[in-house]
Design a protein around this ligand. Structure first.
Ligand code: FES
Ligand code: FE2
Length: 436
């Protein structure tokens, strides 16, 4: 349970908001590489943390992220033309390089004028199928995070993104909430036994225990938590452990061990829900594996569009809402489907969005099953407060290369920490902040 003020602090991410200042201290995905597919293609609009930008890829393939409003007199650079190594504003023809250097000001007779000014541009890195940026103060720019999947070629990775009309915390909550899996997702999970998909096989045992034991602990990157399930089988009983990691401010390493999530606020009420799967051996980014995986979880282009989860569909009648009952079919429920909702992604979206765009947490009743949810609130609030007090954001210096999600059968007496050997205990203030 959180007070109204705590909830506001945790959820609001615009310029000037507490969590907004904290979020701006990290590298964040701004868009997918696939949204800027070719050199010198059309510029695209990017909304991130409630601010508007334009992204473009110049003729050399470099990506630039500039304020959407032209630094001359504010026309939208979304109208601009990518010409060679720059983006030209169509109002007076000023032309900008990806780093904000002003290349031409054709309506100004003084040829040196352009050397005295600069457009606001943000640092950009393209890695792992995502275009990352840092919006914070230049002097505080942190090292670029290296995730294990970034080193793999595109063919060994699947990137997907759903645009979800609710606050980012609501999506993160679902990702650190192991106990919903065997309820909300019981229908797609119980069909998983027949599937050849790795993802399906990794989750099928969860259908047999709806009340796992949850343990959560702070780490130097945020926190990790384990769901322990006692599974009774013909050979006796065993304990299955699934460890998820929350990496501040908005990243999750899923217990499957090959799935990374970034839940990035577009603004306070809309979030980009990025998924990255990777496999060092198999070319999962190629067909038919790619489409099979995306279809299984409801993230294929057709399913996303049909449920209003894309840029093109989110503003129309397909946007998940009370009016369309968040895409629930009561007929399917009557036929025995537990939720009557299409697949994993749409089930998650329905429960996240139906709680309200920014959920009121002052009346919720957290239970022992929600241990990790409480941790999530505490780490996010600690991050916002520390940044407001001039301290260092949680997890900024953690070595991302060793952070993982993991799962496995525990041998008798085996501690679940052995599944995540490189995770470190928190340093400094983080532990006392978060215990508050
Ligand atoms: S407003 Fe862009 S060049 Fe004048
Ligand atoms: Fe879920």
């Amino acid at each position: 349970m959180l007070t109204h003020a705590e909830n506001e602090l945790m959820c609001r991410v615009g310029p000037g908001a507490g969590m907004g200042a904290a979020m701006r201290r990290y590298w964040l995905p701004a868009l997918a590489s696939s949204e800027l597919p070719e050199p010198a293609g059309d510029p695209v609009h990017v909304e991130l943390l409630g601010e508007h930008f334009v992204a473009f890829r110049d003729s050399e393939g470099r990506v630039g992220l500039l304020d959407e409003a032209c630094c001359h007199r504010g026309a939208s650079l979304l109208l601009g033309r990518v010409e060679g190594c720059g983006l030209r504003c169509i109002y007076h023809g000023w032309k900008f390089a990806v780093d904000g250097k002003v290349l031409e000001t054709p309506n100004v007779p003084d040829g040196k004028f352009k050397d005295r000014i600069r457009a606001r541009a943000y640092p950009v890195r393209e890695s792992g199928g995502l275009i990352w940026t840092y919006l914070g103060p230049a002097e505080l720019e942190p090292a670029f995070p290296e995730w294990p999947w970034m080193a793999l070629p595109d063919a060994h990775r699947i990137n997907a993104m759903a645009l979800v009309p609710c606050n980012y915390v609501q999506i993160l909550e679902g990702l650190v909430d192991s106990s919903h899996l065997s309820v909300l997702h019981i229908t797609p999970l119980s069909g998983a036994g027949n599937s050849e998909l790795h993802f399906a096989r990794k989750t099928e045992h969860m259908a047999f225990d709806a009340a796992p034991r949850i343990e959560a602990e702070l780490t130097d990157f945020g926190f990790h938590y384990v769901a322990l399930r006692d599974i009774k089988g013909p050979e006796g009983s065993r304990v299955e452990a699934r460890v998820a990691s929350f990496i501040a401010p908005c990243f999750i390493a899923n217990p499957n061990g090959d799935l990374f999530f970034a839940v990035v606020p577009v603004n306070d009420e809309v979030s980009r829900f990025y998924h990255v799967w990777w496999d060092a051996e198999r070319k999962i980014g190629e067909e038919p594996l790619r489409s099979q995986q995306l279809k299984f979880v409801g993230l294929d282009d057709e399913a996303l569009a049909r449920h209003g989860l894309t840029e093109e569909t989110t503003l129309g009648p397909l946007r998940p809402s009370r009016e369309n009952r968040w895409h629930q079919s009561r007929e399917l429920v009557r036929k025995g489907h537990f939720t009557g909702i299409y697949s994993f992604t749409q089930e998650d979206v329905a429960v996240c969005v139906s709680g309200g765009t920014i959920r009121d947490r002052s009346k919720e009743m957290l239970s022992i099953a929600d241990h990790a949810i409480g941790r999530l609130y505490r780490v996010l609030l600690a991050t916002a407060k520390r940044v407001a007090e001039g301290g260092e954001p949680v997890g900024l210096k953690a070595d991302t290369r060793g952070i993982r999600g993991a799962n496995g059968t525990l041998a008798p007496g085996q501690n679940w920490h052995t599944l995540v050997p490189s995770h470190q205990a928190p340093r400094g203030l983080h532990s006392s902040d978060s215990a508050a």
